[in-house]
Design a protein around this ligand. Sequence first.
Ligand code: GLY
Length: 279
Amino acid sequence: MIFVHGGAGDLVPGEDPRPHVSGCLSAARAGAAVLSAGGSALDAVIAAVVALEDDPLFNAGTGSVLNLDGDVECDASVMTGELQAGAVGAVRGVKNPIRLARLVMEKTRHVLLVADGALRFAREQGVALVDPASMVTDRARSRWASPGTVGAVARDRRGHLAAATSTGGTSRKLPGRLGDTPLIGCGTYTHAGAGAASATGIGEAIIKSTLTRWAVDRLAGGQDPMETARAAVEQLPRAGGTGGIILVDAAGRPGFAFNTQRMSRAYIDPQGVENAGFD
Ligand code: GLY
């Protein structure tokens, strides 16, 4: 199964949320195609998140919101159930930050690379770099609200789990600000035998709640994924924020919850049955 989110947030007056749902469904189909061909949960979540990073509707990769200087600075992370993890923070001109996060996981002994060091590593690895200005869209220039982060969780045929999350962060953030997305246990967490989780929302509150680790720990205790997701988002207001979470447990059962007005999302089960929505 694969479960994708396109971010939690409040409805912008006059904005139709359905294209976000369609974008999530396309991304989930990209991930589901990997799984149905026998591919890994890791490959599936990367395929889904790359699709969302390349869709300018979403706040990740191209289309990311702008910081106070008017620049796009992206964060991303990925984790497998075997506790392999990689992340990048505050990277500029990296077309697909989630691919770079995967390379940090697979090619270094580190978990998180940021800013210029991450870019140097990207060049060494031959990762696609673009003019940072090409990732700034007219839509992002005119937008003051922060549409949500994107993410995906998956369970493959062999029962392996993975989660991936990517974002441009929050609109008008201070340059150099990192949110929850590149922090393992905050924006992304996975543990074999328990589950995988990806969060969206106000990063500072998600960090203070260590939200995805909190949720996956409860899945390890056998708690129902929907109940776990609901209990997880209840952590956010006391930490000063709102947001949402998607989960899959070790048996492949999905869970999600949000305390914003909407969270675009799409889920495809192992039989290929699709389920998508925003409210
Ligand atoms: N959840 C995304 C961020 O706050 O950066």
